[in-house]
Design a protein around this ligand. Structure first.
Ligand SMILES: NCC[C@H](CC(=O)O)[C@@H](CN)CCC(=O)O
Ligand SMILES: [Zn+2]
Length: 326
């Protein structure tokens, strides 16, 4: 036997196996998605999204307090307006009395250390359910969309958000938002976390159930990236980096580790964020229910994969469990 053929000695003991990790999961890398509704006493479970709830402002704080006590460092907010009419431009998105702006203020009052990320999109707030403003023919009006998205982002920043995460996928929205922050003298205080490599596909269903954000017609294939487009994702990552993104999100995660690795190489000087989306999360739960996997083991195996692929931050519905497990 060649001496160099022997590897097993390096990982025979559990600790030596831990030592093989370039990076290890830690509480401070988790960002927990929160669905905030405009019904103040709501605490509604979401059938298709296990263990997740839609929170009214009265129930949100006590819930988040339990997680902060376990070491939660960051949340990402998704507003779910249920009692107001939606319109073509998503006016409700930055309604000063709406769920997102109210939640930003409430969370900052109660948890001054908590890092608040706001997803910025229109689909939860538009009558048509698309992520932008539409032209007559039902395709996206890019200019109006990026103006609207930038205004919503600016208003979240004015309300106190620490970080903006535009998930709309409109071309040029990062530049537009960065400029709006500069003009508002907020650019030095607010991080811009772009969903740069975000793919259309079949893994967002539970989220859309939770947020009521299904497109009323068509789909998002014309503005979220085609799952086959590895090169296109690289172009989007380069573009957003050049437009001023301070972090880039790859989403979904499990089927896109190659893209995550490219992101870590192309955007080597900014954090890459893995978003373990609702469909991926629900699939692992379904597999665990059928005893195909152990839930904790598969959560670690999948999330360690994101670190191996170069992610530094993880948006995950498993965050509460990891606060117990880590
Ligand atoms: N703005 C798009 C929302 C998008 C889902 C969709 O395309 O509807 C994601 C939220 N940023 C879904 C996230 C998830 O499935 O967990
Ligand atoms: Zn959207």
């Amino acid at each position: 036997t060649q001496v160099s053929s022997i590897l097993q000695g390096a990982y025979h003991h559990p600790l030596s196996r831990e030592w093989q990790a370039e990076r290890q999961l830690s509480k401070n890398m988790f960002i927990y998605p929160l669905f905030v509704s405009d019904t103040e006493d709501e605490e509604a479970s979401i059938d298709s999204l296990p263990n997740q709830k839609r929170w009214g402002l009265k129930k949100l704080i006590p819930f988040v307090a339990t997680l902060v006590a376990k070491g939660l460092r960051s949340v990402i907010l998704f507003g779910v307006p249920m009692s107001q009419p939606k319109d073509e431009v998503g006016t409700l998105a930055d309604d000063p009395n709406g769920p997102v702006i109210q939640a930003i203020k409430l969370l900052k009052e109660n948890f001054p250390e908590l890092y608040i990320v706001c997803d910025v999109c229109l689909c939860e707030y538009t009558s048509h359910g698309h992520c932008g403003v539409l032209l007559e023919d039902g395709t996206l009006n890019r200019e109006r969309s990026v103006q609207r998205i930038a205004k919503v982002a600016e208003n979240y920043a004015r309300a106190g958000a620490h970080c903006l995460a535009p998930s709309d996928m409109m071309d040029g929205r990062i530049l537009e938002i960065k400029q709006a922050l500069i003009d508002a003298q907020l650019a030095h205080k607010v991080m811009l976390m772009s969903y740069s490599a975000k793919f259309s596909g079949n893994l967002y269903g539970p989220f859309r159930d939770a947020a009521g954000s299904c497109p009323s017609f068509g789909d998002r294939r014309a503005y979220q990236l085609p799952p086959v487009g590895g090169g296109l994702a690289k172009r989007a990552l380069i573009r957003d980096l050049n437009e001023g993104a301070d972090a880039v999100i790859v989403k979904p995660s499990t089927f896109y580790l190659d893209v995550m690795k490219s992101a870590a190489e192309i955007c080597e000087n900014i954090p890459v964020v893995a978003y373990h989306v609702s469909g991926e999360f629900a699939m692992l739960h379904a597999a665990a229910e059928k005893n195909i996997v152990d839930l904790k083991d598969i959560a670690f195996e999948s999330h360690n994969g994101f670190l191996r692929a170069g992610a530094k931050l993880i948006i995950s519905y498993f965050t509460p469990e990891f606060l117990d497990w880590l």
